[in-house]
Structure formats: structure tokens, C-alpha cells
Design a protein around this ligand. Structure first.
Ligand SMILES: [Zn+2]
Length: 137
């Protein structure tokens, strides 16, 4: 039987007001961020072999980076939260693990077979608009 696609967090939250999905909404969500370049490294290999690294900038960043686990329901890595936290502290570098918020479940999420457990490494740089002074510690 083919694996039916589970909804990911980006689908579940697609219609909420605070979620951003495009460049225009990125700039509304993060008015102080001039640009960012975030590398998300997934576990396992990319479909072409080698490490599975995806690059997100304000052109393609969205609230959630989808989890790759095909059985995972409501999965994803909350890039939006990470960026909001970084912006609040004017952090110019991020380097941390993120864990999937989803669980392995039936296609519509009614049955919960346990947490997904997938994780990614998130590394990147963020630049802020020039009129914002960096905070001194
Ligand atoms: Zn997951």
C-alpha cells in the first residue's frame, strides 16, 4: 500500500495569521531583519547522495521547514520561532539543534504512534537593518 502523505505543520498552520510563507510576508513578520541565510541539515542523505542540507533565505523561508519522515503528522521545524527569538536578541548567528514537533500517526493524525524524533542542525547568519544598533551584552 502506498504511504499516504501526512499533513505537515506547514499545511496545518498555512492559514494562521502569524505564519509567513513568502518574501512579502517575511518582511512583515521580521521588519528588522535585512537578510538571512540559514542552513538546515537533515539526518540521513539527500536524494542525490551526500548530506541533505537546505538553504533558506528571506526569499524562500517559511514558518515551518517540513519534516522528511513520511509517517510524521504535523511535523516540522519551527524556523519562524527561531527567527523571532534571534530577532528579539539581535543575534547575528544561530547554531542549534531543532527537534520535530510532530508524531508518527495515521494519515489524518487521529492515531498517535509516538513522537517523530527527527532532528535537524540549524546554522546561519542574520543581518539587521542599518538603523538598528546591535545590543551590547
Ligand atoms: Zn517529524
Amino acid at each position: 500500500m502506498p504511504i499516504q502523505r501526512r499533513q505537515k505543520a506547514s499545511d496545518v498552520f498555512a492559514n494562521t495569521k502569524w505564519a509567513f510563507r513568502t518574501k512579502g510576508t517575511f518582511e512583515q513578520a521580521f521588519p528588522n531583519i535585512a537578510d538571512c541565510r540559514i542552513e538546515v541539515t537533515f539526518e540521513g542523505q539527500s536524494p542525490l547522495g551526500g548530506p541533505d542540507v537546505r538553504i533558506y533565505t528571506k526569499e524562500n523561508a517559511s514558518e515551518y521547514v517540513d519534516c522528511k519522515n513520511p509517517l510524521c503528522y504535523n511535523g516540522g521545524f519551527n524556523l519562524g520561532d527561531l527567527l523571532r527569538a534571534a530577532e528579539a536578541e539581535r543575534k547575528t548567528e544561530v547554531d542549534q539543534w531543532m527537534f520535530c514537533q510532530g508524531y508518527e500517526g495515521s494519515p489524518k493524525g487521529r492515531r498517535n504512534y509516538g513522537p517523530c524524533g527527527a532532528n535537524v542542525i540549524v546554522k546561519g547568519t542574520i543581518t539587521y537593518r542599518a538603523n538598528i544598533e546591535p545590543q551590547t551584552p
